[in-house]
Design a protein around this ligand. Structure first.
Ligand code: BGP
Length: 483
């Protein structure tokens, strides 16, 4: 079949902390991501973010222990970006979604002036993209609050951090408006409810109770919602008129485990808490009624300033972007129906899963696209989608990744179907055109790329890049749009 839409934007996405490396070059300071030690993984399906104490992180500052921190090295994009962008062009990418590391621009968070060396680095990267005719989408915060902000201000639970972030955004608009087409203030803004370290730059192990933790997570999130709205307001004033501002939410399509109404209600509630709440705030500009009930029942009180609600209403996103890797099932736990405890993640007998337990579900993407279009009537963009696999180069210096070709083409087909359904979806950036360090498990060996990178989990290797079979498949698809 032929992909239905001619002017659809196709490309790939990466994030600073997973590709750049050079963690202490050019004036950059640390983020918690580069302080998280690597632990070889035994049960892959059990690990997702978290799992370290504050002490584990703090040891990394002195680096006295013989521990390994993969995000300090990434894939050395900091030094090899030219070569990578040439490959992106060769693959046929029309758009590159990348992130800027806040800690390269304002290493101490509250520096009076931005760090010129960081600005120069990104300017050089953008120039290469321009030369290659590749449009740019920039994420301003991809899980990487500078640790200096945590140390000094306590991370996003402190309202002051909003001002620091807006100042950072102002610098980016001033420096890069001419080259950036789309801005995403926050990557996967909902991840804060699963990890305050990743989302908010706040240590999980500092909390004394679940309530204290949830209270802090939602307060920090409120600050990010306001920060995003402020950045949009400012961007509309500072940037060229065609620039667009979007959100980014980690989107897992969920199904009730069975047709028991109690499970369907659990599914509805799970979707409200983990997905719709976030889109509702940033796309409709309001805290929905169901979250108010949840807050009241769970003793969560969000401190708002007078104009906050009005401000959110007046500064919603132009488009909605989201990541989509998998679907999950939802059910009320065991027979304990009265408790209302919900379990997500039960095995779906109709789907296959990756080694990490991520259930592959192309139709789930069409389901989500339709749901979001029905709810928000705003243009949609799939800012991440892909498959992580353990892979090795074969004797011909390539990887025969037919499973990736199948994964991508099946998802592309469903995007095409959603467009026929009438959904306004205008672009897609695969995660990722090139192998990177995993966000959740810190592994290099969880590979997503159509380009192989010769590093292992301990950063042994040449770092050389090799085209996988999927590289050629994607290149051909970009020419023919045939699936
Ligand atoms: C998202 C992140 C990315 C990315 C991807 C894959 O959560 O935005 O940074 O890494 O998921 O996840 P992982 O690397 O954990 O496999």
């Amino acid at each position: 079949m032929k992909f239905i839409k001619d002017d659809f934007l196709w490309g790939g996405a990466t994030a600073a902390s997973q590709v750049e490396g050079a963690y202490n070059e050019g004036g950059k300071t640390l983020t918690m991501l580069e302080m998280k030690p690597f632990t070889p993984i035994k049960d892959r399906t059990a690990i997702h973010f978290g799992g370290n104490t504050k002490d584990d992180y703090l040891k990394a500052i002195e680096n006295k222990e013989n521990l390994h921190y993969p995000k300090r090295f990434g894939i050395d994009f900091y030094h090899r970006y030219k070569e990578d962008i040439v490959l992106f062009k060769e693959a046929g990418m029309g758009i590159y979604r990348m992130s800027i590391a806040w800690s390269r621009i304002f290493p101490y968070g509250d520096d009076e002036k931005p760090n010129q060396s960081g600005i120069d680095f990104y300017r050089n990267v953008f120039e290469e993209c321009k030369k290659a005719g590749i449009k740019v989408m920039v994420t301003m915060h991809h899980f990487d609050t500078p640790y200096e902000i945590t140390k000094k201000y306590g991370g996003w639970t402190n309202r002051i951090v909003i001002d620091l972030f807006v100042k950072y955004a102002e610098t980016l608009f001033k420096e890069f408006d001419n080259v950036v087409d789309f801005w995403l203030p926050f990557n996967e803004i909902n991840v804060a409810i699963w990890s305050t370290e990743v989302g908010l730059g706040v240590f999980e192990s500092d909390f004394k109770s679940k309530n204290e933790r949830d209270q802090a997570a939602y307060q920090g999130l409120h600050h990010q919602f306001i920060a995003q709205a402020k950045v949009i307001e400012l961007g509309k004033k500072m940037c060229k008129p065609e620039t667009k501002f979007g959100c980014m939410v980690a989107n897992i399509t969920t199904y009730s485990l069975d047709c028991n109404p109690i499970n369907e209600m659990a599914n509805l509630k799970s979707q409200q808490l983990s997905r719709w709440f976030f889109y509702d705030v940033v796309a409709k500009g309001e805290y929905p009624t169901y979250i108010k009930r949840y807050f009241a029942e769970n003793n969560i009180n969000i401190k708002m300033e007078n104009n906050d609600e009005k401000f959110l209403k007046n500064n919603t996103v132009d488009f909605i972007s989201f990541s989509y890797y998998m679907s999950a099932t939802v059910a009320v736990q065991g027979n304990d129906k009265a408790s209302g405890n919900v379990s997500t993640g039960g095995k779906n007998p109709f789907l296959e899963a990756t080694e990490w337990g991520w259930q592959i579900d192309p139709i789930g993407l069409r389901v989500s696209l339709n749901q979001m279009w029905d709810r928000y009537q705003k243009p949609l963009f799939i800012s991440e989608n892909g498959i992580g696999v353990l892979e090795n180069l074969n004797s011909k210096n390539t990887v025969e990744d037919d499973y990736r070709i199948e994964y991508l083409s099946k998802h592309f087909e469903q995007i095409s179907e959603a467009i026929k359904d009438g959904v306004d979806v205008f672009g897609y950036t695969m995660w990722t055109p090139i192998d990177v360090v995993s966000a959740s498990t810190n592994e290099m060996s969880k590979r997503y790329g159509i380009i192989y990178v010769d590093y292992d989990d301990y950063h042994n290797g040449t770092g050389n890049r090799f085209k996988k079979k999927s590289f050629y498949w994607f290149q051909n698809f970009m020419k023919t749009k045939e699936l």
